[in-house]
Design a binder for this molecule. Structure first.
Ligand SMILES: [Zn+2]
Length: 164
């Protein structure tokens, strides 16, 4: 079931999400709903606070190029273990801040750990745009928006393709 994406200035976007402790049927439904909502938006990432749920879970679906199918990630209780010293400036948009984009400098690569949708531990090394998506979504779990980090923000005439 598609859920409503909340937008600024909804206060839930500024709150800290709680760790997921029960990987039960209700949680599976939340994950399925988040995937459906992300795809319908359309977007390449979504964090639970964006559908008004204060739980630490994100979904990301992204393919590096057109030849490879997009990979779907579901990550609960994510923790960034390490980041590269090398950074990159990229233009980000957010499904919760419609109409705006911003230039954000972030580490190029990260190592992240957490749990999959069944509660099993997982760990990923990510680089490039998918690493940026993860950092953007994990920020959402801490009440941080890209506009807090942006070097500058503006309203583009054309919508950006990769909203998160
Ligand atoms: Zn966002």
């Amino acid at each position: 079931m598609e859920r409503e994406i909340v937008t600024v200035p909804h206060p839930v976007l500024r709150k800290k999400a709680r760790p997921v402790t029960k990987f039960d049927g209700r949680f599976q439904k939340l994950v399925d709903d988040m995937i459906e909502t992300m795809r319908a938006a359309p977007g390449v990432g979504l964090a639970a606070p964006q559908v008004n749920v204060l739980q630490q879970v994100i979904v990301v679906e992204y393919g590096e190029d057109e030849d490879s199918p997009p990979q779907l990630y579901v990550l609960a209780n994510p923790r960034i273990l390490s980041t590269s010293t090398e950074t990159e400036v990229g233009v980000e948009g957010c499904l919760s801040i419609p109409g705006w984009v911003g230039e954000v400098e972030r580490p190029l690569s990260i190592e992240v750990r957490g749990q999959n949708r069944y509660g099993n531990p997982v760990r990923y090394r990510l680089s490039g745009w998918v690493a940026r998506i993860f950092q953007h979504e994990i920020d959402h779990l801490h009440g941080v928006l890209f506009t807090d980090r942006a070097l500058r923000v503006w309203q583009p005439e054309e919508p950006v393709p990769d909203n998160v």
